[in-house]
Design a protein around this ligand. Structure first.
Ligand SMILES: [Zn+2]
Ligand SMILES: [Zn+2]
Length: 1007
């Protein structure tokens, strides 16, 4: 085989697009040459501006899955684009290491059932060590997934929430809150997880709604001193009847007294009909209607007064077990009469506090009833439901019992149903700064209205933030309380702590339980001993402190408010919220710590179901990227839908369109490289300017360059406003249609020849492709960093050694007005319409596109004709015809059978379908040439290799006759010294391969 291609041609030119292999190579290149580190240094030194960034820290209690990766891909996109635009971005990693999520993971690993067992069997010290171990284990998993994904984060400067230095800076937030009286102790109703044995913040409650089953009961409370008169009440938490203290009605609502048999029932008037239907009461009579206000003060008989001695005692209070009026009572659902349990409900609690009614909370830490609950003591709260129902039934007070499936808050970590309990906790009184918080949030750019409204609506609720957790592995609450006089002090640094400690701390001291609890301080007021409040902080406070705790003072000044954050939509209640609250408290200003926040949608499975462990449909990144390309995944995630939409992730789709688009970009580069090297193209010499000066650019080149400017502008704009999917379609369209399907076919034949007199023309095509593909490589870099780097190294740097070391050091493309030509684009638009009319005419006549035809007649107005005439060369090439005629009116000849007419918008095309012997012969030649080209590829020949001979055998005699005049053309087309025709498969120096030509067997051999 003759090898005319350069001896040093690179191996990759012979290969197909194998992204996983390519990514491995590029990863090594980045690591060996420390490209991410160099990029940071480069932008630190020279930049147009500095952009702050803080990482929404992944919790190190699990592995990276596809839902996380979707956000990481968007972050990395933004970083790479901004870096290419010349910005220095603090793209530092951060790791969320403490809190309940990590504790539960360790509990599971240690095989302990609950906190009590944990403390008894394992102890705090060992538990803390285990937590650190698990954090490091998941850290390695995350790094491994990030590495595969191609993330360019700065891991050396990552923040870790469990380190003392972080905790100390986090404490500064609390100190500021303390100084403004925004941090304090309170007795309040909080959501409590019986399994985790700790309270949850309001924000956390929103994270864990699940569909659960609950009893749904209607029952009645008897009015004291009245004959057979009852209040009708509905509840899904029967156990709260044990802690019942009042009945609530709406003061302005109308309540009906309804006669049912020999009883009178009281409920809201609007609900009489539906409730009677529900309870299957057909015969009833409305006796009287009164305002809620008039019911106030009515005493009712508490049903369990004999079973719960404490309730008998409380019953003596003048307001206990009476009707109270409250505006929060909803009269549009149920009976409009609610029973109130201040120990188990927030509204109920506030209603009791207002009236100085004692709070009755007979629960231990495991949510079991204490002895204060009399007959119910020892029962777990939710297990008491059935006993309560039984009792009511026996007492004749139960009207109906059903099971409902409804959305109910569960623990976002352990999935247990939450219970509302009044407890002593520490709070950030964020409700007092809510106006500032909302104002700060309103000035942030969220890109899309849906998430923005969701976030603002949540913020407007403005509830206090329950900050304390009764757990172990967390940042300690730095409040010490005097055992003697009750004075409290907040200590916000290790230094101060050591200075005030009664005993010097041990060597292995760290800012965690149990070490920190061992430090007692001297009371400044009375000299007594102060002990720490045993709480740790809500872990959302840890991550929310990252803008200050993750930076130095100087960096905080410089980088915060940060430029742009991206997190999943559930972070409206999570990190986006805690960041904002803490920043407002720290600075005292109505200022958000971020200027822009993109909330992205969840990733669901291919059928649109939520990914969950129980369904077994969670896609983890490490295994996914062991089998699939990171570039293809990244492209897919950005391309498939809007970032705010939920995405149905289907791994089968990866190998389809996304792979095809990237494969096309890859093959375009191979095409350029093979041809350009053959003609000794030198990009430093053969520039667009050079081509222009030598009059070597033709209209297809100018058109492509003009289209490119549009693409650069559109893609940049769409990236900036996070409409990634539109940017991706633009790139897809440009690569697959504009370059590959439209431009290349027009110029391909010009590149076949190696005639010296057309060399400049070929070099001009390379200059055009070089410029266009290089620009595309830059635009793709934020999306497919591996492919872009690979092309950069293998094509651009190969031919131009003066380029920077990595594609990431290049400048982001800007549209060039000089290259923009709107008129030419319009003309091409017309041309493409016309070409597609020819294609459909060919299809009607069953004539393959590669068979040349004699003539096409274009019927169109003069203006259109002129546009077409400018681009006639391209038209002849794409339509594969020998001649074009232009007319304004449809000619008579349409009626003849040889003409096929197709109608377009404002134009018609008449295709001459008749083929004489020479056209037939050329058609046979093209068909054969195609099979030879395919065989060349299959056998691994370079497109530029010149073959010694091409042999064809057993072609029918008619085809042989037609083909004979075209053998020289064919030899040139398939790059061989000579084409030989054989009757039978005689002895040749190559292996015969069977092929089919129009249903008949032929044989081809190449050497
Ligand atoms: Zn829990
Ligand atoms: Zn004291």
């Amino acid at each position: 085989m003759a090898v005319k291609f350069k001896a040093d041609s690179r191996r990759w030119l012979t290969l197909g697009y194998n992204p996983r292999e390519l990514e491995k190579e590029i990863r090594e290149f980045w690591e060996t040459n420390q490209i991410p580190q160099k990029l940071i240094q480069l932008r630190e030194k020279t930049n147009v501006d500095v952009l702050g960034y803080v990482e929404g820290p992944p919790t190190l209690n699990g592995v990276q899955h596809v839902g996380h990766a979707r956000g990481r891909v968007m972050k990395d996109l933004r970083y790479r684009m901004k870096a290419m635009q010349g910005f220095h971005v603090t793209f530092r990693a951060g790791w969320d290491c403490q809190g309940l999520p990590v504790e539960l993971e360790v509990e599971k690993a240690l095989g302990v059932k609950n906190k009590k067992e944990l403390l008894e069997r394992v102890g705090e010290e060992r538990f803390v060590e285990e937590c650190k171990k698990t954090v490091m284990k998941y850290y390695r998993e995350w790094r491994s997934a990030d590495r595969k994904l191609g993330m360019f984060m700065d891991y050396d400067k990552a923040y870790w929430t469990y380190l003392d230095k972080y905790i100390e800076r986090e404490w500064q937030y609390l100190k500021r809150a303390w100084e403004q009286s925004l941090l304090g102790e309170g007795y309040y109703v909080v959501a409590y997880c019986p399994h985790c044995q700790t309270s949850l913040s309001n924000a956390e409650v929103g994270l864990g709604y699940e569909e659960v089953e609950d009893p749904s009961i209607h029952f009645k409370f008897k009015v004291q001193g009245a004959e057979n008169e009852y209040f009708l009440v509905w509840t899904t938490m029967p156990f709260t009847i044990i802690t019942d203290m009042m009945i609530g009605v709406h003061p302005e609502a109308e309540y009906a007294k309804v006669k049912v048999n020999n009883e009178t029932w009281i409920l809201t008037k609007e609900r009489v009909e539906p409730i009677m239907q529900k309870l299957n009461v057909e015969d009833y009579k409305l006796l009287e209607v009164v305002l809620g206000e008039e019911l106030k003060g009515i005493k009712y008989e508490y049903p369990f007064i004999d079973m719960v001695p404490k309730q008998r005692e409380l019953d003596k209070h003048p307001l206990v077990h009476t009707v109270v009026c409250e505006d929060f009572v909803d009269t549009n659902t149920a009976t409009g009469v609610v029973h109130l349990s201040p120990g188990n409900g927030e509204d109920d609690f506030l209603a009791a506090q207002k009236r100085d009614i004692p709070i009755y909370v007979p629960f231990d830490n495991e949510c079991r009833f204490t002895t204060e609950a009399g007959e119910f003591s020892g029962l777990f709260a939710r297990d008491a439901d059935s006993k309560v129902v039984d009792k009511l039934r026996k007492m004749g007070l139960l009207l109906s019992v059903e099971t409902v499936r409804h959305e109910y808050p569960t623990c976002w970590r352990s999935h247990h149903k939450l219970v509302w309990l009044a407890r002593r906790e520490y709070f950030l009184w964020t409700d007092r700064v809510n106006e500032k918080v909302v104002k700060a949030a309103e000035n942030v750019n969220y890109f899309f209205d849906g998430p923005k409204n969701r976030f603002l609506a949540f913020l407007k609720e403005g509830k206090p933030w329950c900050l304390s957790r009764e757990r172990v592995w967390g940042a300690p609450l730095p409040i010490w309380i005097c055992e003697k006089c009750g004075a409290k002090t907040l200590v916000a640094s290790k230094k101060e702590l050591f200075e005030r400690a009664l005993e010097t701390p041990s060597q292995d001291f760290e800012l965690h339980k149990p070490w920190v609890d061992r430090l007692t301080l001297k009371c400044e007021k009375c000299g007594g001993e102060m002990k720490r409040e045993p709480f740790v902080l809500d872990c959302w406070h840890d991550s929310g402190a990252s803008p200050y705790a993750g930076f130095t003072d100087e960096e905080f000044e410089k980088y915060v408010p940060v430029d742009f954050l991206v997190e999943a939509i559930d972070q409206t209640r999570g990190w986006a919220n805690s960041l904002l609250l803490e920043h407002v408290i720290l600075t005292g200003k109505a200022e958000s710590p971020y200027k822009a926040f993109l909330f992205y949608g969840f990733v669901l499975d291919e059928k649109g179901r939520k990914m969950s462990k129980s369904l077994g449909n969670v896609i983890e990144m490490n295994p996914l990227l062991e089998r699939n390309s990171a570039d293809v995944c990244r492209f897919y995630m950005l391309w498939k839908c809007s970032p705010t939409d939920s995405m149905n992730f289907d791994t089968r789709e990866l190998g389809k369109r996304p792979y095809q688009v990237l494969g096309t970009l890859y093959h375009l580069h191979r095409f350029l490289m093979q041809n350009a090297e053959y003609d000794n193209f030198n990009p430093r010499k053969h520039t667009l300017k050079w081509a222009n000066e030598n009059n070597a650019l033709k209209s297809p080149d100018r058109w492509l360059l003009s289209k490119l400017q549009r693409a650069v502008r559109e893609v940049t704009e769409k990236f900036e406003v996070c409409e990634f999917q539109f940017a991706m379609s633009e790139l897809e369209e440009f690569v697959v249609n504009i370059v590959s399907r439209q431009y290349i076919p027009v110029v391909r034949r010009e590149l076949w020849t190696d005639a010296p007199e057309t060399l400049n023309r070929r070099l001009a095509v390379y200059a055009t492709l070089w410029h266009v593909l290089k620009t595309l490589t830059f635009l793709f870099n934020p999306v497919t960093p591996y492919l872009s780097e690979a092309m950069y190294q293998r094509v651009y740097k190969q031919l131009d050694k003066t380029l920077p070391e990595s594609v990431n050091f290049e400048d982001w493309p800007k549209p060039d007005k000089i290259l923009q030509d709107d008129v030419l684009e319009q003309e091409f638009e017309t041309l493409m319409q016309c070409v597609s009319l020819v294609y459909s005419a060919r299809q009607n006549a069953q004539l393959k596109r590669r068979w040349p035809l004699q003539k096409v007649v274009v019927v169109a107005p003069k203006k259109v004709q002129n546009a077409m005439k400018n681009l006639e060369e391209a038209f002849l090439e794409l339509a594969n015809v020998k001649k074009i005629d232009y007319v304004e009116e449809t000619p008579e000849e349409t009626n003849e059978k040889r003409w096929v007419l197709t109608l377009g918008e404002g134009m018609q095309v008449l295709l001459d379908t008749s083929r004489d012997e020479s056209l037939l012969g050329e058609g046979v030649m093209r068909d054969l040439a195609r099979r030879v080209q395919a065989l060349r590829k299959e056998l691994g020949f370079m497109p530029t290799d010149i073959l010694n001979g091409v042999h064809v055998a057993e072609l029918d005699s008619e085809s042989v006759r037609l083909l004979k005049p075209y053998l020289t053309d064919m030899a040139e087309l398939v790059r061989t010294k000579k084409v030989y025709l054989h009757k039978k498969r005689s002895e040749v120096k190559a292996e015969w391969k069977e092929r089919r030509l129009d249903g008949k067997k032929i044989y081809v051999a190449i050497e």
